[in-house]
Design a protein around this ligand. Structure first.
Ligand SMILES: [Zn+2]
Length: 239
């Protein structure tokens, strides 16, 4: 490798040249301090924005940086006659919710198993915001669709840039109100109420295979929400 430790990272899609080695951006979520990962997240999002907005969606002409002193990341159509020349384009994000649903006065937390994951791996119910939908309604819809449960009005509990490549995670807590677990069978094939006792013995996704419950790694919003429920830390931080 020509690159040496300490040089600025370089991107190739979701891979980052970091300290002389290509690693996934996702792996750095846990390896870097939050403020350093935030800088990488911004760089990755801007790289994605430039790549996916190379041409005008209205007329097909090449895009160029827009002279926006307030939002320096804006782009515009290079053709002066096009509406896109004066109506700037700004980075867009896919917003996804995370739902920390509890039951029995907080004694149990709802975790779900995605059909694509190894059997022991579980996490919070998650899903993308649909057009015209509020975040709170998104939480209620996703929980109902994936697990068949109805929940109370969700309460916002923090957010996190999720630059894989351009998402924003919004975390919520909610209380179970009605229903028995019925996994949708498509995205989720299993959901369970987890006690704090079982959560204590859980291992991280990166750990070696085994039967023990596996949960998301530290650094992710989903883990922060879980740890907050378990009494191990606050759900919010500055990332
Ligand atoms: Zn145009």
């Amino acid at each position: 490798m020509e690159e040496k430790a300490g040089q600025p990272p370089r991107f190739n899609g979701d891979s980052v040249l970091w300290n002389g080695e290509w690693v996934t951006l996702r792996s750095l979520l846990t390896a870097l301090p939050p403020e350093e990962f935030a800088a990488l997240a911004q760089a990755r999002s801007m790289d994605h924005f430039g790549t996916t907005h190379a041409f005008c969606g209205r007329c097909g002409a090449p895009m160029e940086p827009a002279p926006d002193t307030v939002t320096p990341h804006a782009r515009r159509c290079s053709k002066p006659a096009c509406e896109g020349h004066t109506r700037f384009s700004y980075p867009a994000f896919s917003v996804a919710i995370l739902a920390a649903v509890t039951r029995s006065c907080g004694a149990e937390l709802l975790l779900a198993h995605n059909t694509a994951w190894p059997a022991p791996r579980m996490s919070l119910v998650a899903g993308f915001l649909q057009p015209g939908e509020s975040l709170e309604n998104c939480v209620r819809r996703e929980v109902l669709e994936e697990t068949g449960l109805r929940v109370s009005l969700p309460v916002f509990s923090g957010s996190q840039a999720w630059p894989f490549p351009c998402s924003l995670m919004a975390g919520f807590t909610a209380e179970w109100e009605a229903g028995e677990i019925r996994a949708d069978g498509a995205e989720i094939d299993r959901a369970e109420w987890i006690t704090k006792e079982r959560f204590k013995s859980a291992r991280e996704w990166t750990s070696t295979p085994g039967d023990a419950l596996q949960i998301p790694p530290k650094g992710s919003l989903s883990r922060r929400l879980m740890d907050a429920w378990a009494g191990k830390g606050p759900a919010k931080n500055n990332t």
